[in-house]
Design a protein around this ligand. Structure first.
Ligand SMILES: Cc1cc2nc3c(=O)[nH]c(=O)nc-3n(C[C@H](O)[C@H](O)[C@H](O)COP(=O)(O)OP(=O)(O)OC[C@H]3O[C@@H](n4cnc5c(N)ncnc54)[C@H](O)[C@@H]3O)c2cc1C
Ligand SMILES: *[C@@H]1O[C@H](CO)[C@@H](O)[C@H](O)[C@H]1NC(C)=O
Ligand SMILES: *[C@@H]1O[C@H](CO)[C@@H](O)[C@H](O)[C@H]1NC(C)=O
Ligand SMILES: *[C@@H]1O[C@H](CO)[C@@H](O)[C@H](O)[C@H]1NC(C)=O
Length: 505
Protein backbone atom coordinates (compact mmCIF):
# COMPACT_ATOMS: atom_id res chain seq x y z
CA UNK A 1 0.00 0.00 0.00
CA UNK A 2 2.49 2.60 1.03
CA UNK A 3 5.42 0.76 -0.48
CA UNK A 4 7.81 2.61 -2.70
CA UNK A 5 8.96 1.32 -6.07
CA UNK A 6 12.38 0.50 -4.61
CA UNK A 7 10.85 -1.59 -1.85
CA UNK A 8 8.65 -3.38 -4.33
CA UNK A 9 11.60 -4.00 -6.58
CA UNK A 10 13.74 -5.38 -3.79
CA UNK A 11 11.01 -7.69 -2.57
CA UNK A 12 10.43 -8.94 -6.12
CA UNK A 13 14.13 -9.55 -6.46
CA UNK A 14 14.07 -11.42 -3.15
CA UNK A 15 11.18 -13.53 -4.37
CA UNK A 16 12.98 -14.27 -7.62
CA UNK A 17 16.14 -15.33 -5.79
CA UNK A 18 14.09 -17.50 -3.50
CA UNK A 19 12.30 -19.17 -6.39
CA UNK A 20 15.56 -19.74 -8.17
CA UNK A 21 17.20 -21.28 -5.12
CA UNK A 22 14.29 -23.70 -4.87
CA UNK A 23 14.07 -24.66 -8.51
CA UNK A 24 17.74 -25.18 -9.22
CA UNK A 25 19.46 -26.47 -6.10
CA UNK A 26 22.59 -27.53 -7.94
CA UNK A 27 24.24 -25.23 -10.36
CA UNK A 28 24.08 -27.18 -13.61
CA UNK A 29 21.24 -28.59 -15.69
CA UNK A 30 20.67 -32.27 -14.95
CA UNK A 31 22.41 -34.61 -17.37
CA UNK A 32 20.18 -37.12 -19.19
CA UNK A 33 18.85 -39.68 -16.73
CA UNK A 34 20.26 -43.22 -16.60
CA UNK A 35 18.57 -45.87 -18.77
CA UNK A 36 18.29 -48.60 -16.20
CA UNK A 37 18.48 -48.96 -12.45
CA UNK A 38 18.46 -52.24 -10.50
CA UNK A 39 17.26 -52.55 -6.92
CA UNK A 40 18.00 -55.80 -5.10
CA UNK A 41 15.32 -56.62 -2.53
CA UNK A 42 11.66 -55.59 -2.50
CA UNK A 43 11.19 -54.99 1.22
CA UNK A 44 10.28 -51.54 2.50
CA UNK A 45 13.83 -50.35 1.70
CA UNK A 46 13.84 -51.49 -1.94
CA UNK A 47 10.30 -50.46 -2.76
CA UNK A 48 10.60 -47.01 -1.18
CA UNK A 49 13.90 -46.55 -3.04
CA UNK A 50 12.04 -47.28 -6.30
CA UNK A 51 9.45 -44.68 -5.34
CA UNK A 52 12.01 -41.96 -4.58
CA UNK A 53 14.20 -42.82 -7.59
CA UNK A 54 11.16 -42.42 -9.84
CA UNK A 55 10.49 -38.99 -8.30
CA UNK A 56 14.07 -37.87 -8.90
CA UNK A 57 14.93 -39.41 -12.27
CA UNK A 58 11.54 -39.11 -13.95
CA UNK A 59 9.36 -41.39 -16.00
CA UNK A 60 11.84 -42.66 -18.60
CA UNK A 61 14.28 -44.60 -16.45
CA UNK A 62 13.60 -48.33 -16.26
CA UNK A 63 13.62 -49.60 -12.68
CA UNK A 64 13.97 -53.36 -12.06
CA UNK A 65 13.46 -54.79 -8.57
CA UNK A 66 14.88 -58.24 -7.87
CA UNK A 67 13.13 -60.26 -5.19
CA UNK A 68 13.76 -63.89 -4.38
CA UNK A 69 11.00 -64.22 -1.78
CA UNK A 70 7.88 -62.18 -1.26
CA UNK A 71 7.44 -58.45 -1.78
CA UNK A 72 7.56 -56.97 1.73
CA UNK A 73 10.54 -58.99 3.00
CA UNK A 74 10.59 -58.63 6.77
CA UNK A 75 7.11 -57.10 6.59
CA UNK A 76 4.97 -60.18 6.30
CA UNK A 77 1.73 -61.70 7.50
CA UNK A 78 1.06 -65.23 8.66
CA UNK A 79 -2.32 -67.00 8.61
CA UNK A 80 -3.56 -68.35 11.93
CA UNK A 81 -6.98 -70.02 12.16
CA UNK A 82 -8.11 -68.35 8.95
CA UNK A 83 -6.96 -64.79 9.73
CA UNK A 84 -3.75 -62.91 8.88
CA UNK A 85 -1.44 -61.48 11.53
CA UNK A 86 1.78 -59.42 11.33
CA UNK A 87 4.67 -61.84 11.84
CA UNK A 88 7.59 -59.49 11.11
CA UNK A 89 7.78 -55.71 11.56
CA UNK A 90 4.48 -54.76 13.14
CA UNK A 91 4.37 -51.44 14.95
CA UNK A 92 4.95 -47.95 13.59
CA UNK A 93 5.64 -44.84 15.66
CA UNK A 94 3.30 -41.84 15.21
CA UNK A 95 6.29 -39.69 14.20
CA UNK A 96 7.54 -42.07 11.47
CA UNK A 97 6.73 -39.51 8.81
CA UNK A 98 7.81 -41.46 5.72
CA UNK A 99 5.61 -44.43 6.63
CA UNK A 100 2.77 -42.03 7.41
CA UNK A 101 3.21 -40.32 4.07
CA UNK A 102 3.26 -43.60 2.12
CA UNK A 103 0.02 -44.74 3.74
CA UNK A 104 -1.62 -41.43 2.83
CA UNK A 105 -0.27 -41.25 -0.74
CA UNK A 106 -1.17 -44.87 -1.46
CA UNK A 107 -4.71 -44.51 -0.15
CA UNK A 108 -4.18 -47.08 2.63
CA UNK A 109 -5.44 -46.72 6.21
CA UNK A 110 -3.89 -46.99 9.62
CA UNK A 111 -5.11 -49.07 12.53
CA UNK A 112 -4.36 -48.21 16.13
CA UNK A 113 -1.98 -50.43 18.06
CA UNK A 114 -3.41 -52.43 20.93
CA UNK A 115 -3.91 -50.40 24.10
CA UNK A 116 -4.29 -53.35 26.47
CA UNK A 117 -2.57 -53.64 29.82
CA UNK A 118 1.06 -54.66 30.13
CA UNK A 119 2.93 -56.55 32.84
CA UNK A 120 6.54 -57.58 33.44
CA UNK A 121 7.36 -61.15 34.53
CA UNK A 122 10.69 -62.15 36.04
CA UNK A 123 10.26 -65.92 35.87
CA UNK A 124 8.61 -66.09 39.30
CA UNK A 125 6.13 -63.27 39.50
CA UNK A 126 4.93 -60.06 37.90
CA UNK A 127 7.30 -57.32 39.04
CA UNK A 128 5.22 -54.61 37.44
CA UNK A 129 1.67 -54.44 36.18
CA UNK A 130 -0.38 -51.66 34.63
CA UNK A 131 -3.84 -50.82 35.94
CA UNK A 132 -7.03 -49.88 34.10
CA UNK A 133 -6.76 -46.60 35.98
CA UNK A 134 -4.06 -44.38 34.53
CA UNK A 135 -3.58 -42.66 37.89
CA UNK A 136 -2.99 -45.98 39.66
CA UNK A 137 -0.42 -46.97 37.03
CA UNK A 138 1.33 -43.64 37.63
CA UNK A 139 1.31 -44.09 41.41
CA UNK A 140 2.73 -47.60 41.00
CA UNK A 141 5.48 -46.34 38.71
CA UNK A 142 6.44 -43.57 41.13
CA UNK A 143 6.25 -45.94 44.09
CA UNK A 144 8.58 -48.45 42.43
CA UNK A 145 10.90 -46.24 40.41
CA UNK A 146 10.51 -42.62 41.53
CA UNK A 147 10.44 -40.25 38.56
CA UNK A 148 12.77 -42.32 36.42
CA UNK A 149 10.13 -43.19 33.81
CA UNK A 150 9.54 -39.46 33.32
CA UNK A 151 13.27 -38.81 32.89
CA UNK A 152 13.41 -41.74 30.49
CA UNK A 153 10.55 -40.29 28.50
CA UNK A 154 12.38 -36.95 28.28
CA UNK A 155 15.59 -38.67 27.18
CA UNK A 156 13.72 -40.41 24.36
CA UNK A 157 11.86 -37.22 23.36
CA UNK A 158 15.11 -35.29 23.13
CA UNK A 159 16.54 -37.96 20.84
CA UNK A 160 13.40 -38.05 18.74
CA UNK A 161 13.43 -34.29 18.42
CA UNK A 162 16.90 -34.36 16.85
CA UNK A 163 16.09 -37.42 14.79
CA UNK A 164 13.14 -35.55 13.20
CA UNK A 165 15.61 -33.14 11.55
CA UNK A 166 16.14 -35.78 8.85
CA UNK A 167 12.72 -35.00 7.36
CA UNK A 168 13.64 -31.36 6.89
CA UNK A 169 16.96 -32.23 5.26
CA UNK A 170 15.39 -34.78 2.96
CA UNK A 171 12.52 -32.50 1.97
CA UNK A 172 15.20 -30.02 0.85
CA UNK A 173 16.88 -32.88 -1.09
CA UNK A 174 20.08 -33.08 0.96
CA UNK A 175 21.87 -36.42 0.99
CA UNK A 176 24.65 -38.03 3.04
CA UNK A 177 27.41 -40.32 1.87
CA UNK A 178 27.65 -42.38 5.06
CA UNK A 179 25.47 -43.41 7.98
CA UNK A 180 27.87 -41.63 10.33
CA UNK A 181 27.58 -38.35 8.42
CA UNK A 182 23.80 -38.64 8.40
CA UNK A 183 23.67 -39.22 12.16
CA UNK A 184 26.18 -36.43 12.77
CA UNK A 185 23.99 -33.99 10.86
CA UNK A 186 21.10 -34.90 13.17
CA UNK A 187 22.70 -34.78 16.58
CA UNK A 188 26.43 -34.08 16.24
CA UNK A 189 29.09 -36.04 18.15
CA UNK A 190 26.57 -36.92 20.86
CA UNK A 191 24.59 -38.95 18.35
CA UNK A 192 27.68 -40.75 17.08
CA UNK A 193 28.67 -41.55 20.64
CA UNK A 194 25.39 -43.42 21.00
CA UNK A 195 26.71 -46.02 18.54
CA UNK A 196 29.83 -46.52 20.62
CA UNK A 197 28.15 -47.11 23.95
CA UNK A 198 25.87 -49.82 25.21
CA UNK A 199 22.47 -48.73 26.44
CA UNK A 200 23.52 -49.98 29.87
CA UNK A 201 26.58 -47.67 29.95
CA UNK A 202 24.58 -44.66 28.77
CA UNK A 203 21.68 -45.10 31.16
CA UNK A 204 23.86 -46.01 34.15
CA UNK A 205 25.88 -42.89 33.50
CA UNK A 206 22.67 -40.88 33.39
CA UNK A 207 21.85 -42.18 36.86
CA UNK A 208 19.04 -44.65 36.21
CA UNK A 209 18.71 -47.35 38.87
CA UNK A 210 19.49 -51.00 38.34
CA UNK A 211 15.93 -51.91 39.34
CA UNK A 212 14.41 -49.62 36.72
CA UNK A 213 16.81 -50.86 34.02
CA UNK A 214 16.14 -54.52 34.85
CA UNK A 215 12.40 -54.32 35.26
CA UNK A 216 11.35 -51.73 32.67
CA UNK A 217 14.05 -51.03 30.07
CA UNK A 218 15.43 -54.58 29.63
CA UNK A 219 11.98 -56.10 28.98
CA UNK A 220 11.35 -53.51 26.23
CA UNK A 221 14.70 -54.37 24.58
CA UNK A 222 13.98 -58.10 24.81
CA UNK A 223 10.62 -57.64 23.15
CA UNK A 224 11.68 -55.19 20.42
CA UNK A 225 15.19 -56.39 19.53
CA UNK A 226 15.39 -59.83 21.16
CA UNK A 227 18.47 -58.55 22.98
CA UNK A 228 19.33 -56.94 26.26
CA UNK A 229 21.01 -53.79 27.61
CA UNK A 230 24.17 -54.54 25.62
CA UNK A 231 22.73 -53.05 22.42
CA UNK A 232 23.96 -49.66 21.23
CA UNK A 233 22.26 -46.65 22.79
CA UNK A 234 20.78 -45.37 19.53
CA UNK A 235 18.98 -48.67 18.90
CA UNK A 236 17.99 -48.52 22.57
CA UNK A 237 16.35 -45.11 22.11
CA UNK A 238 14.52 -46.28 18.97
CA UNK A 239 13.29 -49.33 20.85
CA UNK A 240 12.10 -47.23 23.81
CA UNK A 241 10.24 -44.94 21.39
CA UNK A 242 8.57 -48.14 20.18
CA UNK A 243 7.09 -48.55 23.65
CA UNK A 244 5.35 -45.16 23.61
CA UNK A 245 1.68 -44.52 22.99
CA UNK A 246 0.03 -43.80 19.65
CA UNK A 247 1.60 -46.74 17.82
CA UNK A 248 -0.12 -47.92 14.67
CA UNK A 249 -0.01 -50.40 11.81
CA UNK A 250 -1.36 -50.58 8.27
CA UNK A 251 -4.82 -51.99 7.80
CA UNK A 252 -4.56 -55.20 5.79
CA UNK A 253 -0.88 -55.62 6.67
CA UNK A 254 2.23 -53.41 6.64
CA UNK A 255 3.51 -55.17 3.53
CA UNK A 256 0.72 -53.45 1.56
CA UNK A 257 2.92 -50.35 1.67
CA UNK A 258 5.63 -52.25 -0.23
CA UNK A 259 3.17 -53.55 -2.83
CA UNK A 260 1.71 -50.03 -3.21
CA UNK A 261 5.13 -48.37 -3.58
CA UNK A 262 6.16 -50.95 -6.17
CA UNK A 263 3.09 -50.18 -8.22
CA UNK A 264 3.26 -46.40 -7.77
CA UNK A 265 6.93 -46.37 -8.82
CA UNK A 266 6.13 -48.41 -11.95
CA UNK A 267 9.03 -50.65 -11.00
CA UNK A 268 9.40 -53.95 -12.80
CA UNK A 269 9.45 -56.89 -10.38
CA UNK A 270 11.79 -59.75 -11.30
CA UNK A 271 11.36 -62.92 -9.24
CA UNK A 272 14.86 -64.20 -8.86
CA UNK A 273 17.86 -64.42 -6.60
CA UNK A 274 20.82 -62.17 -7.39
CA UNK A 275 24.11 -64.06 -7.25
CA UNK A 276 26.80 -61.79 -8.69
CA UNK A 277 27.41 -58.15 -9.53
CA UNK A 278 30.30 -57.19 -11.80
CA UNK A 279 31.33 -53.93 -13.48
CA UNK A 280 31.76 -54.20 -17.25
CA UNK A 281 32.23 -51.82 -20.14
CA UNK A 282 29.37 -51.84 -22.62
CA UNK A 283 28.76 -49.98 -25.83
CA UNK A 284 25.38 -48.27 -25.64
CA UNK A 285 23.20 -47.32 -28.62
CA UNK A 286 24.86 -43.89 -28.61
CA UNK A 287 28.08 -45.69 -29.55
CA UNK A 288 29.98 -44.60 -26.45
CA UNK A 289 31.62 -47.23 -24.28
CA UNK A 290 29.98 -46.94 -20.87
CA UNK A 291 30.72 -48.57 -17.55
CA UNK A 292 27.75 -50.60 -16.37
CA UNK A 293 26.99 -53.22 -13.75
CA UNK A 294 26.09 -56.71 -14.81
CA UNK A 295 23.61 -58.33 -12.42
CA UNK A 296 23.57 -62.14 -12.62
CA UNK A 297 20.55 -63.82 -11.10
CA UNK A 298 18.88 -67.17 -10.82
CA UNK A 299 15.21 -67.50 -11.68
CA UNK A 300 13.77 -70.99 -11.44
CA UNK A 301 16.58 -73.20 -12.70
CA UNK A 302 17.82 -70.59 -15.18
CA UNK A 303 20.72 -68.18 -14.77
CA UNK A 304 20.21 -64.82 -16.48
CA UNK A 305 21.88 -61.45 -16.48
CA UNK A 306 21.24 -57.83 -17.36
CA UNK A 307 23.12 -54.51 -17.38
CA UNK A 308 22.43 -51.43 -15.27
CA UNK A 309 23.77 -47.89 -14.91
CA UNK A 310 23.03 -47.74 -11.20
CA UNK A 311 22.51 -50.55 -8.65
CA UNK A 312 21.01 -50.25 -5.15
CA UNK A 313 21.38 -53.17 -2.74
CA UNK A 314 18.38 -53.12 -0.36
CA UNK A 315 18.98 -56.26 1.67
CA UNK A 316 21.50 -57.06 4.41
CA UNK A 317 24.77 -58.05 2.75
CA UNK A 318 26.01 -61.21 4.34
CA UNK A 319 26.39 -64.83 3.25
CA UNK A 320 23.47 -66.17 5.29
CA UNK A 321 20.98 -63.58 4.07
CA UNK A 322 21.58 -62.11 0.61
CA UNK A 323 24.66 -64.13 -0.46
CA UNK A 324 25.67 -61.68 -3.22
CA UNK A 325 29.21 -61.83 -4.59
CA UNK A 326 30.91 -58.76 -6.05
CA UNK A 327 33.16 -60.02 -8.81
CA UNK A 328 36.45 -58.50 -9.92
CA UNK A 329 36.17 -55.11 -8.23
CA UNK A 330 39.47 -53.40 -7.72
CA UNK A 331 39.85 -52.62 -4.86
CA UNK A 332 37.52 -55.43 -3.78
CA UNK A 333 34.22 -54.49 -2.20
CA UNK A 334 34.42 -54.92 1.51
CA UNK A 335 32.73 -58.06 2.92
CA UNK A 336 30.33 -57.44 5.77
CA UNK A 337 30.01 -60.01 8.50
CA UNK A 338 27.22 -58.46 10.46
CA UNK A 339 25.54 -61.14 12.50
CA UNK A 340 21.72 -61.01 12.53
CA UNK A 341 19.71 -62.04 15.55
CA UNK A 342 17.65 -65.20 15.17
CA UNK A 343 14.09 -64.60 16.39
CA UNK A 344 11.05 -66.85 16.25
CA UNK A 345 7.51 -65.52 16.13
CA UNK A 346 4.97 -68.10 17.36
CA UNK A 347 1.22 -67.56 17.14
CA UNK A 348 -0.87 -69.61 19.52
CA UNK A 349 -4.62 -69.79 19.64
CA UNK A 350 -5.41 -71.14 23.04
CA UNK A 351 -6.09 -70.56 26.69
CA UNK A 352 -3.29 -68.99 28.70
CA UNK A 353 -2.43 -70.58 32.04
CA UNK A 354 -2.65 -67.32 33.95
CA UNK A 355 -1.55 -68.89 37.24
CA UNK A 356 1.97 -68.98 35.79
CA UNK A 357 2.03 -65.19 36.14
CA UNK A 358 -0.31 -64.42 38.97
CA UNK A 359 -2.34 -66.16 41.64
CA UNK A 360 -5.46 -64.23 40.71
CA UNK A 361 -8.48 -66.07 39.36
CA UNK A 362 -8.57 -66.57 35.60
CA UNK A 363 -11.40 -64.10 35.03
CA UNK A 364 -9.46 -61.41 36.90
CA UNK A 365 -6.31 -61.66 34.83
CA UNK A 366 -6.58 -58.69 32.50
CA UNK A 367 -3.11 -58.26 31.00
CA UNK A 368 -2.89 -58.45 27.23
CA UNK A 369 0.91 -58.37 27.07
CA UNK A 370 3.63 -59.75 29.31
CA UNK A 371 7.25 -58.72 28.88
CA UNK A 372 10.10 -60.56 30.56
CA UNK A 373 13.28 -59.69 32.43
CA UNK A 374 16.70 -61.22 31.73
CA UNK A 375 16.41 -64.59 33.40
CA UNK A 376 18.21 -67.56 31.84
CA UNK A 377 15.34 -69.85 32.83
CA UNK A 378 12.89 -67.92 30.65
CA UNK A 379 12.63 -69.11 27.07
CA UNK A 380 10.29 -66.40 25.82
CA UNK A 381 11.02 -62.69 25.29
CA UNK A 382 7.43 -61.51 25.35
CA UNK A 383 3.87 -62.70 24.85
CA UNK A 384 0.82 -60.67 23.91
CA UNK A 385 -2.65 -60.83 22.41
CA UNK A 386 -2.76 -59.76 18.75
CA UNK A 387 -5.50 -58.70 16.34
CA UNK A 388 -5.74 -59.77 12.73
CA UNK A 389 -4.50 -57.16 10.24
CA UNK A 390 -8.05 -56.43 9.09
CA UNK A 391 -9.56 -55.85 12.49
CA UNK A 392 -9.98 -52.23 13.48
CA UNK A 393 -11.02 -52.64 17.11
CA UNK A 394 -9.32 -54.19 20.08
CA UNK A 395 -8.84 -57.95 19.84
CA UNK A 396 -11.90 -60.01 20.57
CA UNK A 397 -11.82 -63.59 21.80
CA UNK A 398 -13.15 -66.14 19.35
CA UNK A 399 -16.43 -67.92 20.15
CA UNK A 400 -14.66 -70.47 22.37
CA UNK A 401 -13.23 -67.65 24.50
CA UNK A 402 -9.63 -67.99 23.33
CA UNK A 403 -7.38 -65.30 21.89
CA UNK A 404 -4.50 -65.47 19.45
CA UNK A 405 -1.25 -64.79 21.32
CA UNK A 406 2.06 -63.84 19.72
CA UNK A 407 5.27 -64.99 21.40
CA UNK A 408 8.78 -63.83 20.55
CA UNK A 409 11.53 -66.25 21.48
CA UNK A 410 15.18 -66.89 20.66
CA UNK A 411 14.59 -70.49 19.59
CA UNK A 412 11.76 -72.60 18.21
CA UNK A 413 9.42 -73.51 21.08
CA UNK A 414 8.73 -77.16 21.81
CA UNK A 415 5.27 -78.43 22.68
CA UNK A 416 6.32 -78.77 26.33
CA UNK A 417 7.51 -75.19 26.39
CA UNK A 418 4.22 -73.96 24.96
CA UNK A 419 2.26 -76.02 27.50
CA UNK A 420 4.17 -74.30 30.25
CA UNK A 421 2.21 -71.13 29.42
CA UNK A 422 -1.05 -72.54 28.03
CA UNK A 423 -3.74 -74.72 29.57
CA UNK A 424 -4.62 -75.89 26.07
CA UNK A 425 -4.20 -74.71 22.50
CA UNK A 426 -5.53 -75.66 19.07
CA UNK A 427 -2.79 -74.35 16.90
CA UNK A 428 0.74 -73.00 16.97
CA UNK A 429 2.14 -71.33 13.85
CA UNK A 430 5.85 -70.50 13.77
CA UNK A 431 7.96 -68.17 11.68
CA UNK A 432 11.75 -67.89 12.02
CA UNK A 433 13.65 -64.74 11.16
CA UNK A 434 17.13 -63.41 10.92
CA UNK A 435 15.47 -60.34 12.30
CA UNK A 436 17.84 -57.42 12.95
CA UNK A 437 21.54 -56.99 13.68
CA UNK A 438 22.94 -58.47 16.83
CA UNK A 439 24.13 -55.18 18.32
CA UNK A 440 27.59 -55.01 19.83
CA UNK A 441 28.92 -51.47 20.24
CA UNK A 442 31.11 -49.81 19.14
CA UNK A 443 29.23 -50.22 15.86
CA UNK A 444 31.08 -49.69 12.63
CA UNK A 445 28.50 -48.93 9.96
CA UNK A 446 28.98 -50.39 6.46
CA UNK A 447 29.46 -47.88 3.62
CA UNK A 448 26.55 -46.52 1.61
CA UNK A 449 28.67 -46.01 -1.50
CA UNK A 450 30.13 -49.44 -2.31
CA UNK A 451 31.44 -48.34 -5.69
CA UNK A 452 30.97 -45.46 -8.15
CA UNK A 453 27.22 -46.03 -8.83
CA UNK A 454 26.62 -48.96 -6.50
CA UNK A 455 24.79 -48.15 -3.26
CA UNK A 456 23.95 -50.07 -0.10
CA UNK A 457 20.91 -49.22 2.02
CA UNK A 458 20.92 -51.66 4.91
CA UNK A 459 24.10 -50.34 6.52
CA UNK A 460 21.75 -48.05 8.43
CA UNK A 461 20.56 -51.05 10.43
CA UNK A 462 23.85 -50.90 12.35
CA UNK A 463 22.40 -47.83 14.09
CA UNK A 464 18.88 -49.25 14.47
CA UNK A 465 16.65 -51.53 12.43
CA UNK A 466 13.09 -50.39 11.80
CA UNK A 467 10.82 -49.85 8.80
CA UNK A 468 11.25 -46.09 9.04
CA UNK A 469 15.05 -46.44 9.15
CA UNK A 470 14.95 -48.41 5.88
CA UNK A 471 12.67 -45.75 4.33
CA UNK A 472 15.06 -42.99 5.43
CA UNK A 473 18.03 -44.93 4.01
CA UNK A 474 16.09 -45.41 0.76
CA UNK A 475 15.27 -41.71 0.43
CA UNK A 476 18.89 -40.85 1.17
CA UNK A 477 20.27 -43.38 -1.34
CA UNK A 478 17.91 -42.14 -4.07
CA UNK A 479 18.98 -38.53 -3.48
CA UNK A 480 22.63 -39.52 -3.27
CA UNK A 481 22.42 -41.51 -6.53
CA UNK A 482 20.70 -38.55 -8.22
CA UNK A 483 23.14 -35.89 -7.02
CA UNK A 484 26.17 -38.02 -7.85
CA UNK A 485 24.78 -38.79 -11.30
CA UNK A 486 24.38 -35.07 -11.95
CA UNK A 487 27.50 -34.03 -10.00
CA UNK A 488 25.48 -31.83 -7.62
CA UNK A 489 28.19 -32.10 -5.01
CA UNK A 490 26.80 -29.20 -2.97
CA UNK A 491 23.78 -31.33 -2.09
CA UNK A 492 25.90 -34.01 -0.42
CA UNK A 493 27.35 -33.97 3.12
CA UNK A 494 26.63 -30.30 3.79
CA UNK A 495 27.90 -29.12 7.17
CA UNK A 496 25.68 -27.18 9.57
CA UNK A 497 22.50 -28.00 7.68
CA UNK A 498 20.39 -27.49 10.76
CA UNK A 499 21.54 -23.88 11.15
CA UNK A 500 21.35 -23.26 7.42
CA UNK A 501 17.78 -24.49 7.06
CA UNK A 502 16.61 -22.71 10.19
CA UNK A 503 16.71 -19.38 8.40
CA UNK A 504 15.05 -20.71 5.26
CA UNK A 505 11.30 -20.52 4.73
C1 LIG B 1 10.14 -60.26 14.00
C2 LIG B 1 10.45 -58.84 13.62
C3 LIG B 1 9.81 -57.79 14.27
C4 LIG B 1 10.05 -56.47 13.90
N1 LIG B 1 9.33 -55.47 14.49
C5 LIG B 1 9.40 -54.22 13.99
C6 LIG B 1 8.47 -53.22 14.40
O1 LIG B 1 7.57 -53.49 15.19
N2 LIG B 1 8.60 -51.98 13.87
C7 LIG B 1 9.56 -51.67 12.95
O2 LIG B 1 9.63 -50.52 12.50
N3 LIG B 1 10.45 -52.60 12.53
C8 LIG B 1 10.37 -53.87 13.01
N4 LIG B 1 11.22 -54.84 12.55
C9 LIG B 1 12.29 -54.45 11.62
C10 LIG B 1 11.76 -54.23 10.21
O3 LIG B 1 10.90 -55.26 9.85
C11 LIG B 1 12.94 -54.16 9.25
O4 LIG B 1 13.87 -53.19 9.71
C12 LIG B 1 12.53 -53.76 7.84
O5 LIG B 1 11.38 -54.45 7.43
C13 LIG B 1 13.69 -54.01 6.89
O6 LIG B 1 13.29 -53.74 5.56
P1 LIG B 1 14.32 -53.84 4.34
O7 LIG B 1 13.55 -53.58 3.13
O8 LIG B 1 15.49 -52.99 4.64
O9 LIG B 1 14.86 -55.34 4.38
P2 LIG B 1 14.04 -56.69 4.06
O10 LIG B 1 12.62 -56.54 4.45
O11 LIG B 1 14.81 -57.79 4.67
O12 LIG B 1 14.08 -56.79 2.47
C14 LIG B 1 15.12 -57.39 1.75
C15 LIG B 1 14.54 -58.23 0.64
O13 LIG B 1 15.60 -58.66 -0.22
C16 LIG B 1 15.35 -59.97 -0.64
N5 LIG B 1 16.64 -60.55 -1.02
C17 LIG B 1 17.67 -60.85 -0.21
N6 LIG B 1 18.71 -61.32 -0.92
C18 LIG B 1 18.33 -61.32 -2.21
C19 LIG B 1 18.98 -61.71 -3.42
N7 LIG B 1 20.24 -62.17 -3.43
N8 LIG B 1 18.30 -61.59 -4.58
C20 LIG B 1 17.02 -61.12 -4.59
N9 LIG B 1 16.37 -60.73 -3.47
C21 LIG B 1 17.01 -60.84 -2.29
C22 LIG B 1 14.72 -60.64 0.56
O14 LIG B 1 13.94 -61.75 0.16
C23 LIG B 1 13.87 -59.51 1.14
O15 LIG B 1 12.54 -59.55 0.66
C24 LIG B 1 10.99 -56.18 12.89
C25 LIG B 1 11.64 -57.23 12.23
C26 LIG B 1 11.36 -58.54 12.57
C27 LIG B 1 12.02 -59.65 11.80
C1 LIG C 1 33.56 -44.69 18.05
O1 LIG C 1 34.45 -45.78 18.06
C2 LIG C 1 35.24 -45.91 16.88
C3 LIG C 1 36.09 -47.15 17.04
O2 LIG C 1 35.31 -48.28 16.94
C4 LIG C 1 36.09 -44.68 16.69
O3 LIG C 1 36.79 -44.78 15.46
C5 LIG C 1 35.18 -43.45 16.65
O4 LIG C 1 35.96 -42.29 16.58
C6 LIG C 1 34.30 -43.39 17.88
N1 LIG C 1 33.38 -42.28 17.70
C7 LIG C 1 33.14 -41.38 18.65
C8 LIG C 1 32.19 -40.31 18.32
O5 LIG C 1 33.65 -41.44 19.72
C1 LIG D 1 25.96 -68.64 -1.77
O1 LIG D 1 25.89 -68.71 -3.18
C2 LIG D 1 26.81 -69.64 -3.75
C3 LIG D 1 26.67 -69.58 -5.26
O2 LIG D 1 26.56 -68.28 -5.70
C4 LIG D 1 26.51 -71.04 -3.24
O3 LIG D 1 27.47 -71.95 -3.76
C5 LIG D 1 26.57 -71.04 -1.71
O4 LIG D 1 26.15 -72.31 -1.24
C6 LIG D 1 25.64 -69.98 -1.14
N1 LIG D 1 25.81 -69.89 0.29
C7 LIG D 1 24.77 -69.85 1.13
C8 LIG D 1 25.12 -69.75 2.58
O5 LIG D 1 23.61 -69.88 0.77
C1 LIG E 1 -0.63 -73.80 35.31
O1 LIG E 1 0.56 -73.26 35.83
C2 LIG E 1 0.80 -73.56 37.18
C3 LIG E 1 2.00 -72.76 37.64
O2 LIG E 1 3.11 -72.98 36.79
C4 LIG E 1 0.99 -75.07 37.34
O3 LIG E 1 1.22 -75.39 38.69
C5 LIG E 1 -0.24 -75.77 36.80
O4 LIG E 1 -0.04 -77.19 36.83
C6 LIG E 1 -0.56 -75.32 35.38
N1 LIG E 1 -1.84 -75.89 34.98
C7 LIG E 1 -1.95 -76.71 33.92
C8 LIG E 1 -3.32 -77.25 33.68
O5 LIG E 1 -1.01 -77.00 33.20
Amino acid sequence: MGSTTAELFSSLLGLWLLLCSCVCPGSAEPRPPPDKIAIIGAGIGGTSAAYYLRQKFGKDVKIDLFERGEVGGRLATTAVAGQDYESGGSIIHPLNLHMKRFVKDLGLSAVKGSDGLMGVYNGEKLVFEESHWFIITMIKLIWHYGFQFLRMHMWVEDMLDKFMRIYRYQSHDYAFSSVEKLLHALGGDDFLQLLNRTLLETLEKAGFSEKFLNEIVTPVMRSNYGQSMGINSFAGAVSLAGAESGLWAVEGGNKLVCLGLLQASKGNLISGSVMYIEEKTRTKQTGNPTKMYEVVYQTGSEIRSDFYDIVLVATPLNRKMSNITFLNFDPPIEEFHQYYQHIVTTFIKGQLNTTVFSSRALDQFDLSAVFTTDNPDLFINSIGIVSPVREKDNPKPSTDGTYVWKIFSQDILTKQQILKYFLSYDCAVKKSWLAYPHYKPPEKCPSIILHDRLYYLNGIECAASAMEMSAIAAHNAALLAYHRWNEYTDMIDQEDLYEKLKTEL
